[in-house]
Write a protein that binds this ligand. Structure first.
Ligand SMILES: Nc1ncnc2c1ncn2[C@@H]1O[C@H](COP(=O)(O)OP(=O)(O)OP(=O)(O)O)[C@@H](O)[C@H]1O
Length: 303
């Protein structure tokens, strides 16, 4: 297995009308890596994937897979994809659909084994149009893997799946990884990225705002929100230990100021509040959601 880049986006920009979906994004994925693209709605994840799969072209910058233009079908021979919104052929049966896709590859997986691995055996003779949303997702991921691709790109593969179906897919994707395959996967869920990716790229508003190991990114999104009523100035609070950022103050029903501090270590921040004799009341601490953590990371990146 080589360690050459297998998928590259180099200073890529892509707009839709006046909206910039990707703004000077660069990313290099090496053979054998598993990369999770994480970010809130509209961050640009699907647009980046569409470029890497050759479904769209960048306005500026370049994209390549296996050293060539992904719009050239020859460069997609070793690529398996499940885009976010894909239709299955309504009238083809599940097994026929697997056969059809497998026929495009030199050394595909065995059909029956594929059906069994993805829990599709009992659905083999059903028309794809009659499958539930979750069953269709399972089939689509099976189709992405049936050609034994060297690179698999999945856009939110488990959205709409129940836990059991999700676990089945995760197992199959882990097997693919163990076999040396390269994986790029988008998700809104840290748990999914944790299960499948070793490297995490966080996107927001068309830019890459963080790129690191899973451990590194988990530490960065592990944020506590500390809310308190206080007349203190923002600059005093910003200096407290472990504070990532402050959100704009809100006005309480009584006309006071309610401040939200995002902190990597709520205990250290609160201890310092007390030690410094900061005037505060109504203290609340809770774990930031992933969306809140993204916002904190973005505002930190901007400052
Ligand atoms: N075909 C299109 N026409 C117009 N705007 C688009 C189009 N595709 C994407 N956009 C816009 O580009 C931005 C990035 O969208 P994209 O789908 O890449 O984000 P995402 O991170 O994949 O979001 P989600 O998690 O919701 O799928 C969004 O503001 C979206 O509205």
């Amino acid at each position: 297995m080589s360690s050459s880049p297998i998928a590259v986006a180099d200073h890529v920009t892509r707009s839709f009308g006046k909206h910039t979906a990707l703004d000077d994004v660069s990313l290099e994925v090496t053979a054998g890596e598993s990369v999770g693209l994480l970010g809130p709605n509209g961050a640009g994840k699907s647009t980046l994937i569409a470029l890497l799969c050759g479904l769209r072209r960048p306005d500026s910058g370049t994209v390549s897979i296996f050293g060539g233009d992904p719009r050239d079908p020859r460069n997609r021979r070793l690529l398996g994809v499940t885009p976010q919104a894909t239709a299955v052929p309504e009238t083809l049966k599940v097994r026929e659909t697997i056969d059809l896709v497998a026929a495009h590859f030199a050394d595909p997986l065995d059909r029956d084994e594929t059906l069994q691995k993805f829990g599709l055996e009992s659905l083999a003779d059903k028309q794809c149009g009659a499958l539930s949303g979750g069953q269709q997702r399972r089939l689509l991921v099976a189709l992405a893997l049936v050609g034994r691709p060297e690179l698999v790109i999945l856009d939110e593969p488990t959205t709409g799946l129940d836990v059991e179906a999700r676990d089945t897919l995760w197992d199959q994707l882990r097997d693919y990884r163990t076999g040396g395959g390269t994986l790029i996967i988008t998700s809104h869920y840290l748990a999914e990225i944790e299960a499948l990716a070793e490297r995490v790229v966080v996107m927001d508003k068309g830019s890459v705002i963080a790129d690191g190991s899973l451990t590194d990114i988990k530490r960065r999104v592990d944020i506590r929100r500390i809310q308190l009523n206080t007349p203190e100035l923002e600059c005093t609070l910003q200096d407290l230990p472990s504070v990532v950022n402050l959100e704009p103050a809100e006005t309480t029903a009584e006309g006071g100021r309610r401040i939200t501090l995002n902190s990597h270590d709520a205990d250290a921040t609160v201890r310092a509040l007390v030690q410094r004799d900061v005037d505060f009341s109504d203290l609340e601490v809770h774990t930031a959601t992933l969306e809140e953590a993204f916002l904190a990371m973005t505002s930190k990146a901007a400052s």
